[in-house]
Ligand binder design. Structure first.
Ligand code: PAF
Length: 289
């Protein structure tokens, strides 16, 4: 596996990978990450390998998507360990830019995606999705992948990125080639996240209440029970289990992310963000499928 630390090296290496196929037509898959890799990321990588000729992974802890008082400084950085994991999975190229290479002096552009970015995490973390959309647009332009792979764990992020790709007529990757990969979970149901490592043993045990209570709420909604009291009961159960605060617990249309007060026949999603100690956990699950 090669590692690129500058845009020049990245572009040279990507061009080399493309030329490995006759006519320079090798298909490149991009897996954007912020590092601190776990099985969820490796699942993205394996899917990219299955669908493309070569995989480029990026590791960049993007400062513009962290708000004031969030965990930018504490966010785990372990480039050597992550590189070894990527190499073992057959990643061809790692793009690991410095902050100054991504945001050189004078950088003054930001992408705001309306609609899908506005509620849920967008409301709780102002500016977060501007940072995500901007860095992902840059990664798409830098690597120009045929396909890109993101976890469904960040369901709203995936919707924002697809909206951006559609609105900006991106061709590499085309919006249809932005793949959402199902969430990988621990044995007790907790969604894998780089932030789970912040949890104390007690918090980690309590965190498993989140997927359990979400499944319980989904069963009730699918059973025809009213949405508002079901979500209120979900919030109470989480607070009772040791969560400090619930940012949101919402039943939403899976495409527009508009809140629903009942199942309307189309794909729906239950999305929750909740804080336990100083850690903010998010999760989402399909409803009515
Ligand atoms: O999901 C993430 O890890 C990040 O938000 C992403 C997509 C790599 C952009 O920084």
């Amino acid at each position: 596996m090669q590692t690129a630390r500058t845009l020049e090296v990245l572009r040279t290496q990507v061009a080399k990978l493309r030329r490995r196929q006759e006519g320079g037509a090798a298909r490149i898959g991009l897996v954007p990450t912020m590092g601190a890799l776990h099985e969820g990321h490796l699942t993205l990588l394996r899917r990219a390998r299955a669908e493309c000729d070569h995989v480029v992974a990026s590791i960049f802890v993007n400062p513009t998507q962290f708000g004031e008082g969030e965990d930018l400084d504490a966010y785990p950085r372990q480039l050597e360990e992550d590189s070894a994991m990527l190499e073992a999975e057959g990643c061809a190229l790692l793009w690991a830019p410095e902050v100054a290479a991504m945001y050189p002096t004078g950088f003054a552009t930001s992408i705001t995606v309306g609609g899908v970015s506005e509620g849920l995490c967008g409301a709780a973390r102002p500016g977060h999705f501007d940072g995500v959309a901007t860095v992902v647009a840059k990664l798409f332009n830098q690597v120009a992948p045929d396909m890109a792979f993101f976890g469904e764990k960040d369901f709203q992020q995936l919707a924002v990125i697809r909206r951006m790709a559609r609105d900006l007529d991106l061709t590499r990757p085309h919006v249809d080639a932005i793949v959402g990969v199902p969430t990988v979970r621990e044995a007790d149901g907790l969604a894998l996240s780089s932030r789970n490592r912040y949890l104390s043993p007690g918090q980690r045990a309590a965190a498993a209440t989140l997927p359990r209570e979400m499944r319980e709420a989904i069963a009730r909604i699918e059973d025809g029970q009213e949405v508002a009291p079901t979500l209120a009961a979900l919030e109470d159960a989480l607070l009772g289990a040791g969560f400090a605060a619930i940012d949101y617990a919402v039943l939403a249309d899976a495409a527009s992310l508009a809140a629903l007060d009942g199942l309307k026949g189309g794909p729906a999603r239950l999305l929750v963000a909740a804080r336990i100690g100083g850690t903010r956990l998010i999760d989402n699950m399909a409803v009515g499928e």
